[in-house]
Design a protein around this ligand. Structure first.
Ligand SMILES: NC(=O)c1ccc[n+]([C@@H]2O[C@H](COP(=O)([O-])OP(=O)(O)OC[C@H]3O[C@@H](n4cnc5c(N)ncnc54)[C@H](O)[C@@H]3O)[C@@H](O)[C@H]2O)c1
Length: 269
């Protein structure tokens, strides 16, 4: 997986999975546009540049805003000459059910998680077509195909991202653009730590997150980034429209891991 000569755009690159993606692509010789609405620590970018000869640059944008995305894409093209890979990863986590959230809270999550990927794809795909094709990888979630309680807007946005993946794969396949969705389980990032901090006993939540997975440990951002890099690479040339769990087996057991713990399929839970 060598991305020499390729321009990779990573959204949500200031933190967590996105930052791990930026590192992964830089280490594989890509030119990387790190996009986020908050700044990464400068030393991160400097550190990347020193590690390799690849060019790395941070672009600030709120991806929920069409004017900002419309300005961002030409900026990236001016800097790097084009776009080959787009990793639509930016997102936020919020909690609530249909009756408890407000219309504004619904819009906030849809805009950050779903509209951002639509807007980035809308303005980046024409640039990819100019280069003869490219690859889009979208960070969905296990909640792209399942639901968690009290997370209605988040769940809907993540289901929507899978629909967006499949639509792009179908509509632009003839122009040599592949689109795939990764579906992470619980990954140890600032987002997950923030979610745990909402509980009176964050350590208990983190331990429960570990136990959701067959291996008994949650994922690291790098483990998702490697899957994203593979899907973005030519090694994945026959994979498009796919939803790939990167979840340590979280989606595997009937009834979830908790119902497996007694070995009797649920008794005693
Ligand atoms: N951490 C997990 O357990 C987990 C599990 C499944 C899916 N995911 C998904 O992975 C992606 C990355 O999550 P993470 O855990 O690394 O979170 P994170 O909070 O560490 O990083 C997300 C980044 O996205 C940026 N962002 C959010 N909204 C933005 C906007 N409108 N414009 C520009 N940037 C914006 C944030 O500033 C932040 O830097 C998200 O889409 C999340 O839903 C995370």
């Amino acid at each position: 997986m060598n991305f020499n000569g390729k321009v990779v755009v990573v959204t949500g690159a200031a933190s967590g999975i996105g930052a791990a993606c930026a590192r992964e692509f830089v280490n594989r010789n890509a030119a990387v546009a790190m996009v986020d609405r908050k700044a990464p620590a400068d030393r991160v970018i400097v550190g990347f540049s020193q590690q390799s000869e690849a060019a790395v640059e941070y672009f600030r944008a709120d991806l929920s805003s069409r004017p900002e995305v419309e300005r961002l894409i030409p900026d990236i093209v001016r800097r790097f000459g084009g776009i080959d890979v787009l990793v639509n990863n930016a997102g936020i986590q919020r909690y609530g059910s249909v009756t408890t959230i407000t219309e504004e809270q619904w819009d906030e999550v849809m805009d950050a998680n779903l509209k951002s990927a639509f807007l980035m794809s809308k303005f980046a795909i024409p640039e990819m077509v100019k280069r003869g094709g490219g690859a889009i990888v979208i960070t969905g979630s296990v909640q792209s195909v399942t639901a968690q309680r009290n997370s209605a807007h988040y769940v809907v946005s993540k289901h929507g991202l899978l629909g967006l993946t499949r639509s792009i794969a179908l509509d632009y396949g003839s122009q040599n653009i592949r689109a795939n969705c990764v579906m992470p389980g619980a990954i140890d990032t600032p987002m997950l730590r923030w979610a745990a901090s909402l509980d009176s006993d964050p350590d208990r939540v983190l331990a429960a997150c570990d136990r959701l997975h067959i291996r008994g440990k949650m994922g690291q951002p790098e483990e998702v980034a490697r899957a994203i890099a593979f899907l973005a690479s030519d090694l994945a040339s026959f994979i498009t429209g796919a939803a790939i769990p990167v979840d340590g087996g979280l989606l595997t057991p009937t009834g979830g891991m908790l119902s497996q713990e007694t070995g009797t399929g649920g008794a005693g839970v």
